[in-house]
Design a protein around this ligand. Structure first.
Ligand code: ADP
Ligand code: ZN
Length: 514
């Protein structure tokens, strides 16, 4: 049965007149019994792609889902639509009844957590009556490349393979190319089983700018944006300090929100925000999930988000009503330095993934090209070169051709033995004969002092650009080495363009503390 043939059922069960985005393509594949990975942004309507087949199939759809809270939300929704749905979790008292209902073929949908799904008991239950479909929600959890790896997801494969005739539908909102490929392999889905839905949010205007004086920059931004908005801050303390400063500077109502506040307080901030027409919340990333407020007019980041995926998700809370909305990110070189330091504290298996994530973020902040195009390419789309609604499109930065400087820098990294940090390489390039340079004899190298005057200020930003382009790699201890994209640059085969770096203002110019 095709998706189109299910339109009457879509209407009668869910009240929808049509499929949205690529839902129809996913449902088509599921109904044809094909394995599928659906990558769709949050809010695209992923659950419908297995809930509708659950109604259409005579058998039961087994949904593997990592969070009990999430499961119970879904369960309520499904039941409200008249679907016979149940869950098997540690907090469900009607365990035996649910198993019996499954055995008797009285369930359309069964939600279960991965750790229980992989157990012997569950496999035996399925053996008695194979399911019509395995839906694997939050499928990025199966990948070590993903940002939320869960070992239990790795154990799903034997279960899936034990029922080779049962189609698989993996679903996720956040999978970059690496993670996607990994999900396909891990769950045994063919490469042509990928269905990727539109990630573009054309009404959101993206701006990414160096952090110079954050409270002032944010106050100016807020002054230009009278509607409700969220300011994400990296720390709990930060949310409280920022709330006070922004309230003082803008005269608007600003509340802080973080996981350290008591539950009543959090509920109130959230409630007031949802009800308000101009409220501002300064928050850690704990804020936003499950908040239904379509008219959020701006989302700002006072510091670097965790990944492009988080950035997309967090900024995606703006403008869900389709009206124009703004996203502003303030970042500093120190954000990257700190994040790179933390890499070494991670388990070995996760370092490569986290480093790639960080490089992708660096590419987003360093680019002189369209931000939206970069974001969409990250999610596997093939967007137009320019969107016309981001800072680099609206106000193209002065581009510096730093190809020759990049060659000098890469040579210096190579000649100093690919183990020193940016500071040392800079000292060598600018001819600073400090103790370390002299002790290593690096003042005798041909690259010593080949960068002069004005150009010296470009070295540090260029290091970040080259790391983002993977022409440089960083060692665990912050040392630089040549990366896989170094060769064409060294040979002058590809140009290196960079935005003019910002001029750091001194404390006095800013008029006091930061
Ligand atoms: P996701 O899991 O992808 O984040 P959900 O499955 O929670 O998204 O769906 C998001 C919202 O979209 C829900 O309110 C759902 O009812 C609605 N929705 C899903 N499919 C359709 C459709 N075809 N037409 C209209 N609304 C839809
Ligand atoms: Zn653009």
């Amino acid at each position: 049965m095709s998706a189109e043939a299910l339109l009457p059922l879509l209407k009668s069960t869910f009240g929808f007149d049509a499929f949205r985005g690529r839902q129809g393509d996913v449902v088509d594949r599921v109904m044809a019994g094909m394995h599928t990975l659906a990558v769709m942004p949050t809010g695209a309507g992923k659950s419908l792609t297995y809930q509708l087949p659950a109604v259409a199939f005579s058998g039961c759809v087994v949904v593997i889902s990592p969070l009990i809270a999430l499961m119970h939300d879904q369960l309520r929704g499904a039941r409200a639509a008249g679907i016979r749905a149940a869950s098997l979790t540690s907090v469900d008292a009607d365990f035996a009844d649910t198993r019996q209902a499954y055995r008797d073929g009285e369930l359309d949908l069964l939600y279960i957590a991965p750790e229980r799904a992989t157990g012997e008991g569950f496999r035996a239950l399925l053996a008695a009556r194979p399911p019509a479909l395995f839906a694997i929600d939050e499928a990025h959890c199966v990948s070590e490349w993903g940002h939320d790896f869960r070992p239990d997801y790795r154990l799903l494969r034997p279960l899936l393979d034990a029922f080779p005739a049962v189609p698989r539908l993996a679903l996720t909102a956040t999978a970059d190319r690496h993670t996607r490929e990994d999900i396909l392999v891990q769950l045994g889905i063919p490469a042509d089983g990928l269905v990727l839905a539109g990630f573009d949010r054309p009404n959101i205007r993206y701006r990414v700018t160096p952090r110079i004086s954050p409270a002032r920059q944010l106050a100016d931004f807020i002054a230009a944006n009278p509607g409700p908005g969220i300011v994400y801050c990296p720390t709990r303390d930060g949310t409280e300090r920022m709330a006070a400063r922004l309230a003082g500077a803008t005269g608007r109502s600003v509340a802080a929100y973080h996981a350290g506040l008591d539950p009543e307080r959090r509920a109130r901030v959230q409630h007031d925000f949802v009800a308000s027409e101009d409220g501002i919340v300064t928050a850690t990333v704990a804020f936003g999930m499950g908040i239904d407020k379509p008219d959020v007019r701006f989302v700002a980041h006072a510091g670097l988000p965790k990944s492009i995926e988080s950035y997309y998700q967090e900024t995606g809370r703006a403008g869900r009503d389709g009206d124009p909305a703004e996203a502003l990110m303030l970042w500093g070189a120190e954000d990257f330095a700190r994040a790179r330091m933390r890499l070494s504290e991670l388990p070995e298996a996760r370092i490569a993934g986290e480093r790639a994530r960080l490089n992708a973020l660096a590419a987003l902040v360093e680019t002189v090209e369209c931000r939206r195009a970069l974001l969409l390419r990250h999610f596997g789309e093939d967007p137009p070169e320019r969107c016309g609604n981001c800072d680099t499109c609206l106000d193209p930065p002065a581009r510096l051709d730093v190809s020759v400087l990049a060659q000098k820098l890469l040579s210096a990294v190579y000649r100093t033995g690919q183990s020193f940090g940016a500071g040392h390489v800079e000292a060598v390039l600018t001819g600073k004969r400090d103790e370390r340079v002299a002790a290593r004899g690096h003042d005798k190298l041909s690259v010593f002092g080949i960068v002069e005057g004005e150009e010296a200020r470009l070295i540090k930003p260029l290091v970040r650009t080259l790391v983002a382009r993977e022409a440089l790699d960083t060692t665990e201890h912050g040392g630089l080495m040549l990366g896989r994209a170094a060769r064409p640059l060294l040979k002058g085969e590809a140009p290196v363009l960079m935005a003019e770096p910002p001029v750091k203002r001194t404390r006095r110019e800013r008029g006091g503390g930061a």
